[in-house]
Ligand binder design. Structure first.
Ligand SMILES: [Fe+2]
Ligand SMILES: [Fe+2]
Length: 341
């Protein structure tokens, strides 16, 4: 097993700006500059690099924060106002794009059907993934996998009864059942180290495009808002339902390309754990929530649809780039270090 450097727990640097909104939010964090106006946000693309990075900057204040940024900015009224305007833009676009959605039962059943001729990222990796594809994919996903389970934890005080008890049971597994060395975020860091990637928290945000940031921001937006608790549960259901078969394909790709044991361990853990989690989430978390609050059914369906939309868009962008023989990242990764592939 590769020993992790101590920098894994250090606060990340503030990522580079990608436009006017993110430049202004970034400068507010670092030196107290002027924030964007409502008109600036209204003009921005809801799924674009600039707004998604600016939203990521605001959201990170609720997780680990950034090096050199005061903790007090987490509740800065100006930043919260700007965050709310950007969230409104993002959520409105998602509600429009997901307006024709299936009901909860139909949407969950569809997630369980594996396409015969799968074209997603895990299918690409299983059939023709090379070490550089795996490194790119793992670096991209590290933006949120190094805080795996954290955004979903925020929903727990907003649940009751069966849904709450089941959500805690699944999250307990995600956090390693009381053993820090079994925490899924920790297993992910070890996977990164085995692939010769820097496993420091937040290290790869700069290379991740808007599609990844949007998928990552979605779970934070759902997690932070009590009114979106149904959508958060829908997001959780998608993650836990689709994880197990995809994890099996990625574990096989890592094995085939000769990655180390820690690299395979993360995905092997998810093949087994998520087969169980999927059942608990469907029957107890979703079932329990809708028994308690039946009016949330459409919000759960929205969460499923929005998650699937952004995940499909991300997968499409990655596979398109790889199919052309190009990188799916915004900038090249450093050369592998240590015993990486
Ligand atoms: Fe997990
Ligand atoms: Fe899980």
């Amino acid at each position: 097993m590769t020993l992790l450097p101590t920098t894994v727990t250090a606060r990340p640097e503030v990522p580079e700006a990608r436009g006017e909104l993110s430049r202004m939010v970034r400068s507010r964090l670092l030196e107290g500059g002027r924030l964007p106006l409502a008109a600036d946000i209204a003009r921005s693309s809801p799924y674009g690099e600039d707004l998604q990075l600016a939203l990521h900057l605001c959201y990170e204040l609720h997780y680990q924060g950034f090096a050199g940024v005061p903790d007090t900015l987490e509740w800065d009224p100006g930043l919260l106002r700007v965050r709310a305007l950007m969230e409104h833009r993002f959520e409105s676009a998602l509600r429009h794009d997901c307006r024709e959605r299936a009901g909860v039962d139909e949407a969950l059943a569809a997630l369980l059907v594996e396409p015969v001729d799968g074209t997603g990222v895990s299918h690409f990796l299983a059939s023709s993934g090379e070490p550089w594809h795996l490194r790119e994919y793992v670096a991209l996903r590290s933006v949120h996998q190094l805080r795996e389970a954290d955004p979903h934890l925020w929903v727990i005080p907003r649940l009751r009864g069966r849904a709450k008890a089941a959500m805690v049971a699944v999250e307990y597994d995600e956090y390693g059942c009381g053993r820090p060395e079994r925490m899924h975020s920790r297993l992910y860091a070890e996977l990164m180290a085995d692939l010769g990637l820097d496993p420091s928290y937040g290290r790869h945000v700069d290379v991740a495009g808007a599609e990844l940031l949007a998928a990552s921001n979605l779970m934070t937006m759902f997690g932070l808002h009590r009114r979106l608790r149904g959508a958060l549960v829908g997001h959780f259901a998608v993650v836990e339902t689709t994880s197990s078969p995809a994890a099996a394909r990625i574990a096989a790709a890592l094995h085939r390309t000769g990655a180390g044991p820690a690299a395979e361990r993360y995905y092997e853990e998810h093949v087994e754990a998520d087969a169980v989690h999927e059942q608990v989430v469907r029957h107890e978390v979703v079932g329990g929530l809708l028994e308690d609050e039946p009016d949330l059914a459409d919000d759960v369906a929205f969460g499923i649809a929005a998650t699937s939309l952004l995940e499909d868009r991300l997968g499409g962008r990655v596979v398109d780039a790889w199919s052309r023989g190009e990188s799916a990242l915004r900038a090249p990764l450093p050369r592998p270090s240590g015993n990486g592939a």
